[in-house]
Write a protein that binds this ligand. Structure first.
Ligand SMILES: CC(C)(COP(=O)(O)OP(=O)(O)OC[C@H]1O[C@@H](n2cnc3c(N)ncnc32)[C@H](O)[C@@H]1OP(=O)(O)O)[C@@H](O)C(=O)NCCC(=O)NCCS
Length: 192
């Protein structure tokens, strides 16, 4: 599977996921560094030039399938999807573990929070990962106190596989708990 095999745009409930234009990135930068958005992120404030470069570089990266979510003409959020190797035994060099996992993440413009949009973005990312990209497993992590984030994963049927006790460092709160959620391809198919 290469980047060009992934078809954009893709539906995500009332939203559409697609590759960003320069104007989209301008819109995102209007809310991306606000405290409501950065509070529970690992990558907190972004520097605009580096932010643009990351999106541009990602467009040519076969392991990066990140997209912006638009409602009409407005960019209301972003979805990130990155492919990684699973754990696997090295003597089978090109074994099924190669590029078998995807990580996902989502960020919403606070002006549009509370409408189920991030759930729709995450659902579309799972669909892309298990459908077009054919991965074996998808994972996502969050601070345990980011209730809205893990509620999304639970609504979609992902399983909390790790409750890391004080495994995550937060700039204001210090060492706090983190969660990792996961789902297998067969679980995704069974749930559809
Ligand atoms: C987290 C975030 C993506 C949620 O976006 P959203 O569009 O509001 O999410 P949704 O509406 O799809 O779903 C959120 C769910 O959490 C629930 N929820 C939100 N805050 C809650 C709280 N404090 N306590 C309990 N439930 C809460 C909502 O009720 C909803 O569940 P429901 O549909 O069962 O009612 C958004 O707030 C955001 O972008 N935050 C900043 C970036 C971030 O933290 N990203 C995730 C990094 S892991």
């Amino acid at each position: 599977m290469t980047t060009s095999d992934v078809q954009w745009p893709r539906p995500a409930g009332p939203l559409t996921l697609r590759q960003p234009t320069d104007a989209d990135l301008d819109q995102i930068l209007e809310w991306r560094n606000t405290p409501e958005v950065t509070r529970w992120l690992i990558r907190t404030e972004v520097e605009p030039r580096a932010f643009r470069k990351t999106w541009l570089d990602g467009a040519g990266d076969p392991n990066d399938h990140s997209a912006v979510a638009v409602l009409g003409d407005e960019v209301v959020g972003t979805g990130a999807l990155w492919i990684t190797d699973a754990m696997g035994q090295s003597h089978i060099d090109d074994g099924p573990w190669r590029r078998a996992e995807a990580g996902i993440g989502y960020i919403l413009d606070p002006a549009h929070a509370g409408n189920g949009y991030a759930t729709e973005i995450a659902r579309a990312l799972l669909d892309l990962a298990f459908g077009d990209l054919g991965v074996h497993r998808v994972t996502a992590g969050c601070f345990a106190d980011n209730t809205a984030s893990w509620r999304i994963m639970e609504k979609l049927g992902m399983r909390r596989e790790q409750h890391g006790v004080r495994d995550s460092w937060h700039a204001e709160l210090g060492w706090v708990d983190g969660y990792t959620y996961a789902m297998l391809a067969e679980e995704w198919r069974a749930a559809r």
